[in-house]
Design a protein around this ligand. Structure first.
Ligand SMILES: [Zn+2]
Length: 159
């Protein structure tokens, strides 16, 4: 979806003239229960053309693909299925947090007004982020990244 009715909110051109009411009316067209089921909310700003051409130190598609395959294999070895298919009971088994991180997630849930379903979905995403960096445990940095992908649920926030 676009970030606002005109599509230019947050663009460096400064072309967006939408006011906060227009933006929140526009965003409320996606219902909460639907948003609840979308695990990754990511802003994708327009890239300047010079950026598009640059490819010096970037990971190649082949490298990314290999990382995804090994992440998936790690998940299959752990639980016999990809993280996305874990049941709530399996999530409790395989996606454990430290006590401090549980409190962190509790606070985030409260601030973002998230549902119990979102709690489990965040844990699965955090487990996958940990898998992508070949980490045995979910660390704070993995959990906080998973939480940031829920940014559209932050009430009243515009980017
Ligand atoms: Zn706009």
């Amino acid at each position: 979806m676009n970030p606002c009715p005109c599509g230019y909110l947050g663009d460096s051109s400064g072309r967006c003239q939408c006011n906060p009411q227009q933006i929140s009316r526009y965003r409320s067209r996606i219902s909460g229960p639907l948003l609840d089921r979308i695990d990754l909310h990511i802003e994708v700003p327009n890239l300047p053309r010079s950026e598009l051409r640059q490819d010096d130190n970037r990971e190649t598609s082949m490298q990314v693909s290999q990382r995804v395959v090994s992440t998936r294999n790690r998940q299959l070895q752990r639980s016999g299925k990809p993280n996305s298919r874990l049941t709530n009971r399996e999530i409790e088994q395989f996606c454990q947090l430290t006590e401090a991180d549980e409190r962190l997630l509790d606070r985030a849930m409260e601030q973002l007004g998230l549902s119990a379903r979102a709690w489990y979905r965040i844990l699965k995403v955090a487990r996958t982020i940990a898998d992508l960096s070949a980490s045995e445990t979910i660390q704070t940095v993995h959990l906080t990244e998973a939480i940031t992908y829920r940014r559209l649920e932050r009430k009243g926030s515009l980017l």
